[in-house]
Design a protein around this ligand. Structure first.
Ligand code: XAN
Length: 448
C-alpha cells in the first residue's frame, strides 16, 4: 500500500524509478520501481509502487503522462547534510595543511577570516562555497562564517538565494592572543550576536536559520560562553562549536577552566549543551563525556578529512554510536580540504579502518552505515529530522538524482548493476558529474 498524505496541496512532480534512503530500522532501504510524488509546497506527498500508478493518479489528480521515468543507471537518494563547514575558509581550501590545529588557526585561519570585513570579498567566497556544496549534493549545510555580522548575514542571503537549507553562525570570540585584531569585546560579541539573530530572522528565509556560535572554549571567556548560552535558550536556537579536537587543545582548556570536570563540562556549565547543540570533532571525549552528550541530547559532527589533514586524531564513531549520541558528518572546510560530502563519506570509512588496523576487534563501519550518517544521521544531529534526511511522506523533498553512468563521469560500468552496487560505486567513486539534479524542498537548485 502506498504511503500518502492527501491533506496536502496539488502534485507538482512525480518520479518513477529506484529510490535509496535510510530509515531508523535499516541503513539502506531500496525501493525499486517506486513512485514518489512531490506537492506544490515541495513536500513528499506519496511513495508507492509502480503498479499503484492508476490508483495514485486518481487519488492525487495527476496524469500518467506527467510521470518522469528514471533510467536504469539512475536513482534518487536524500540530499547530504554537511553538519560542519567553515564557509569563510573556502578561500584557502586545498592549501595550508602543514600545521597542527592551534598553529594552523593562528597562521592561516585568523588572518583569512579577518578579511571578511570586506563585503565584496565575502560575497565572492560565500557565493563560491554555496554553489560548490550544492553542486556536490549538500542540500543542508551548517556553516561557520566569521566574527563579522554583515558578512554573516550575506551568507544567509546567498544560501537562501541559491535555495540551500542552511544554519548560519556568526562566529563569537573575545579571546585571541595570537592575532589580536581578530576578536571582539565581550559586549560587542553579545550585541552583534543579537543583531545577527534578529536581522536574519526578520528576513523570514524559509530554509535558513541562525545558529549561536562560540568558536571554541579557548577563544571565549566564561562570561561570553554564559551569555551565548542564555541567548540560545531565550531564542530557542541551535548552538555550534568545537570540542576535543586535539590533545594540546584539551590540555589548554583544562588549564583555562580549572573549575570544570572536563571539556564537555565547560560547555555544560555554561548552558551550551542542548538538544539543538552540535559540537565538531570530539576525538578525545571520554565515555563519561559521551554520556553527558546523550543526557543533554547534544550531537557530534565527525570531520575525518580535517582530523587527518591537521593530524588531530581519529574519532571512534562506533563508540559514539554505542553511547547513543547523535552523530552526523562534516567536511570542516578548510581543515578538511574537500567541500564534498562524498569525501567525508570516504574519510569516515578510512578512519574506521584505521581503528580496525590498530585493533582488529574494532567493529568497522559499513558503507551502508556511513550513507545513513551522511543523510538521516546529519538531519538528526541538527534536529531537522522532521524536515529532511530521508524519503518519508510529509518531509521536504531534498534529493539527489544520481546517474552512476553519467557520460564523461568517473565511473565505468561494464553491465547493469543492482541498486546497492550502484550506491556503493557512487559513494566510493562518484563525483558531481554523477549528480545530475539536486532538489531542496522540491525546488530544483542544480543545475543552477
Ligand atoms: N577550532 C577549530 N577547529 C577547526 O577545525 N577549524 C576551526 O576553524 C577551528 N576553530 C577552533
Amino acid at each position: 500500500m502506498a504511503d500518502t498524505d492527501r491533506s496536502a496541496c496539488a502534485i507538482s512532480r512525480v518520479y518513477r524509478g529506484t529510490f535509496i534512503h535510510s530509515t531508523h530500522k535499516s541503513a539502506v532501504q531500496i525501493l525499486e520501481d517506486a513512485l514518489l510524488g512531490v506537492n506544490t509546497e515541495g513536500k513528499i506527498a506519496f511513495i508507492g509502487k509502480g503498479e499503484e500508478l492508476h490508483k495514485l493518479t486518481q487519488t492525487f489528480g495527476f496524469s500518467p503522462a506527467e510521470v518522469t521515468q528514471l533510467t536504469q543507471n539512475e536513482f534518487f537518494m536524500p540530499g547530504m547534510v554537511d553538519t560542519h563547514i567553515h564557509a569563510s575558509q573556502y578561500s584557502y581550501a586545498g592549501t595550508a595543511l602543514d600545521l597542527p590545529l592551534l598553529q594552523w588557526l593562528n597562521t592561516y585561519t585568523f588572518p583569512v577570516e579577518s578579511r571578511f570585513k570586506d563585503l565584496e570579498f565575502a560575497n565572492k567566497i560565500y557565493t563560491q562555497i554555496v554553489k560548490r556544496t550544492l553542486r556536490n549534493g549538500t542540500t543542508t549545510a551548517c556553516y561557520f562564517a566569521t566574527i563579522h555580522t554583515d558578512a554573516s548575514l550575506l551568507l544567509g542571503q546567498i544560501a537562501n538565494d541559491f535555495g540551500q537549507r542552511a544554519l548560519v553562525g556568526k562566529v563569537c570570540m573575545d579571546r585571541n592572543n595570537a592575532v589580536k585584531h581578530y576578536k571582539e569585546a565581550l559586549q560587542e560579541s553579545q550585541e552583534e550576536t543579537c543583531r545577527f539573530i534578529a536581522e536574519l530572522l526578520h528576513k523570514k528565509y524559509p530554509l535558513v536559520k541562525p545558529v549561536v556560535t562560540p568558536r571554541f572554549a579557548l577563544s571565549c571567556t566564561g562570561a561570553l560562553l554564559r551569555q551565548l548560552g542564555a541567548i540560545a535558550k531565550n531564542n530557542n536556537l541551535h548552538i555550534q562549536s568545537h570540542i576535543s579536537e586535539t590533545v594540546e587543545e584539551v590540555k589548554l582548556v583544562k588549564e583555562l577552566f580549572p573549575e570544570s570536570d572536563s571539556y564537555t563540562d565547560v560547555y555544560h556549565k555554561h548552558n551550551l549543551l542542548t538538544e539543538k547543540t552540535l559540537m565538531a570533532h570530539g576525538c578525545y571525549l571520554s565515555d563519561e563525556e559521551l554520556d553527558l552528550f546523550r543526557e543533554t541530547g547534544a550531537s557530534l559532527s565527525h570531520c575525518p578529512g580535517s582530523n587527518f589533514s591537521l593530524c588531530s586524531g581519529v574519532l571512534n564513531v562506533r563508540n559514539v554510536l554505542n553511547h547513543k549520541v547523535k552523530l552526523g558528518l562534516g567536511t570542516d572546510v578548510a581543515g578538511g580540504y574537500s567541500a564534498s560530502m562524498l569525501d567525508a563519506v570516504r574519510r569516515t570509512l578510512d578512519a574506521s579502518k584505521v581503528l580496525t588496523i590498530q585493533d582488529p576487534e574494532h567493529d568497522t563501519l559499513s558503507f551502508e552505515e556511513v550513507f545513513r550518517l551522511a543523510t538521516l544521521g546529519g538531519s538528526q544531529a541538527l534536529s531537522l529530522e522532521d524536515q529532511t534526511g530521508n524519503f518519508e511522506v510529509g518531509k521536504d523533498f531534498d534529493a539527489l538524482r544520481v546517474n552512476v553512468a553519467a557520460p564523461g563521469g568517473p565511473i565505468d560500468l561494464i553491465q547493469f548493476e543492482e541498486p546497492k552496487i550502484m550506491l556503493e560505486k557512487f559513494l566510493n567513486l562518484g563525483d558531481d558529474r554523477n549528480i545530475v539534479e539536486v532538489f531542496v524542498a522540491g525546488r530544483k537548485v542544480v543545475p543552477f
